[in-house]
Each structure stands twice: as structure tokens, then as C-alpha cells.
Design a protein around this ligand. Structure first.
Ligand code: SF4
Length: 326
């Protein structure tokens, strides 16, 4: 460890004042403390925001749901409105991390968590995300768990969050508060693909704080769910995952929201799959045909070619689970 200072913000105004000076916000601390121990991250000032009033889950006037940034993962997973309205969110949360971590980690921290690429956490390895311009040890190293979508020549790391995949599928928005006021950013624009600046992972401005994630209203009835495929059944990150939400009315799919995890440098919205589904009648043949589009644009690496087929099968299976078959 190394020296740093710590301050606890009593109000949002206090937090923003300290954050604007280059401090790092901390709440559950389940990611940041690990990274500090490993000296991957070396913030000089930690601003504890765990006491701020951002712990509510509320229905929005438009019929969606707003989840405060400091709601614990386990609280969100168990919340009645989340379970009833968006099972895909509660399932993604329950399949994340461990019970202990879910009891500490917050929704805001979850979407801010950094990649589990082992080279990123090994300070002796070349890593453009940790040290821009140093190279990428994963490109020609052990890259079985790495991304096949959204990669660049500078970084091929996956985004590790499960609930972010559900948020991406549902087209959630991220609510931010900063020295310049409030902003609402579509989830699809909040997490950044690596491009030539893999060290920049979120579309945050200096000093900005996540206050909430808002899920928009969707037509009812809506069936949804999350499937996670991994090397072991608990406490493991996804090799592939699929978040699916379908609105079927009059025997026809009117709305389809689909995203994949474990395969992209950010949670990956499957627009081509959605297009295949909308306006069609649920059937076994449709699930298979739509899932064929899941890996469109994939660029596998030396050790993760298996993810192309695994992704298609993951999406197909979850379409069948959520949509049923005839
Ligand atoms: Fe670093 Fe990204 Fe390469 Fe991993 S994949 S070593 S995080 S640059």
C-alpha cells in the first residue's frame, strides 16, 4: 500500500467539491481497495460517499425504475419492483460475485468496476489500460477469457459486470451530477470501447458522480431473464452471457431487448438479433435464426475462438427460456 488521504463526504456538495480536485469516490470499495492494494490504482485522495442519500429504488413517473447509485447489489436484486418488473436485472445481480460482495458493492460501483484481465492487475505486465503506450500483453498472451467484439489493437479486455449487460439490453440511462450540473447519459454511451485510449473507460467528466441508473418503461407484459455461462457455477466471471427481454402481444414479438456479456469490451447490444425477432411469432426456428446473428462482427483471438459458437448458443438458449417455443 502507499499513503493516501481519506475524507467522508456528508453532502453531495462536499463530495463534488473534493471530487473536482482529482479525488476518487469510494462506496462499497470492493473493487477499488483491491486495485489499490495491487498498486494498479494509486489515488491520492479517497472521498467516501457511502453516507450520501442515493440509496432508494423508486418508480419513475413514466413507469420505469430509478435505482440509486448507492443501492447495494443484494438490495437491488431482492427489491420487489426489480424482481417483478425486470427479472433480468435481479437475475444478473444474483449471478454476480459472491453473497458477501453483493452485500457491500453498490450499483454505481458495479458499473464502474474495471476489467478482470489478469495482465491489467499484474503491474509487471505491459498493459495500455493501466499504463497507456506500454503495449498489450493479452494480444499474444493467454487470451481465452478476452473479448471478441469491440476490440482494438490496443486492448481486448472484456467488461466484467453482469448487471451492466441487463442495463444495456434494457437501454437504461446513467444519471450524473458534477460541477457543471446534472447529465443523463444513455448506457450505450456511458461505457467506452477501448479504441486508442483504453485507459478511458467511462464517459465521465472531471468530478462527476453517478447518482442513479434509470430503466425506462417498457410495454407489458414483458418477460425477461439472464443466462450466464462460466467455467464454474459460482464466484466466476462470464465466458458468455445473455440478457433478454421480450414483449409478445397477439402472438407476435412487438419488442425485443437483447445484449451479451463476457464477449465485448463493453456489454454488447445485439441489434441484429433484436431486428430478427421483432414482428415475428415465437418459434424454435426463430430463436435459432436470430441467435445466428449474435456474433456478427466478432474478431476472435488465438485462444477464444470458442466464444463465437458459445455466444450463439447462449443467446439461443436464453431466447427459448424467455420466449418459450412452439
Ligand atoms: Fe491491458 Fe487491455 Fe491488454 Fe488486458 S487486454 S493487457 S487490460 S491493454
Amino acid at each position: 500500500m502507499y499513503p493516501f488521504s481519506y475524507t467522508k463526504a456528508a453532502t453531495t456538495r462536499e463530495a463534488l467539491a473534493a471530487g473536482g480536485d482529482g479525488g476518487r469516490y469510494i462506496a462499497g470499495g470492493t473493487t477499488l481497495v483491491d486495485l489499490m492494494r495491487e498498486t494498479v490504482e494509486r489515488p491520492e485522495v479517497l472521498i467516501d460517499i457511502s453516507g450520501l442519500p442515493l440509496r432508494e429504488i423508486t418508480a419513475t413517473r413514466r413507469g420505469g425504475l430509478r435505482i440509486g447509485a448507492l443501492v447495494r447489489m443484494s438490495e437491488a436484486a431482492a427489491h420487489r419492483s426489480v424482481r417483478v418488473l425486470y427479472p433480468v436485472v435481479s437475475e444478473a445481480l444474483e449471478l454476480s460475485a459472491s453473497a458477501q460482495l453483493r452485500n457491500m458493492a453498490t450499483i454505481g460501483g458495479n458499473i464502474m468496476q474495471r476489467t478482470r484481465c489478469t495482465y491489467f492487475r499484474d503491474v509487471t505486465a505491459a498493459c495500455n489500460k493501466r499504463e497507456p503506450g506500454s503495449g498489450c500483453a493479452a494480444l499474444h498472451g493467454v487470451n481465452r477469457a478476452h473479448a471478441i467484439l469491440g476490440t482494438s489493437d490496443t486492448c481486448v479486455a472484456t467488461h466484467p459486470s453482469d448487471v451492466a449487460v441487463a442495463f444495456m439490453a434494457l437501454e437504461a440511462t446513467v444519471h450524473l451530477l458534477g460541477p457543471g450540473g446534472e447529465r443523463i447519459v444513455p448506457f450505450a454511451d456511458f461505457l467506452l470501447k477501448p479504441g486508442s485510449t483504453p485507459n478511458r473507460e467511462q464517459a465521465l467528466r472531471r468530478g462527476e458522480l453517478i447518482t442513479a441508473v434509470e430503466i425506462p418503461p417498457l410495454p407489458r407484459p414483458l418477460r425477461s431473464g439472464y443466462l450466464k455461462v462460466r467455467d464454474r457455477q459460482s464466484y466466476e466471471f462470464a465466458l458468455t452471457s445473455a440478457a433478454v427481454a421480450l414483449h409478445v402481444s397477439g402472438g407476435v414479438i412487438r419488442e425485443a431487448k437483447v445484449a451479451a456479456g463476457g464477449v465485448g469490451t463493453v456489454p454488447w447490444k445485439l441489434h441484429a438479433v433484436e431486428r430478427q425477432l421483432i414482428g415475428k411469432r415465437p418459434s424454435e426456428a426463430l430463436w435459432t435464426k436470430a441467435a445466428e446473428q449474435a456474433a456478427e462482427g466478432a474478431r476472435p483471438l488465438q485462444h477464444n475462438g470458442f466464444k463465437v459458437e458459445l455466444l450463439k448458443r447462449t443467446v439461443e438458449r436464453q431466447l427459448r427460456v424467455v420466449g418459450g417455443g412452439k
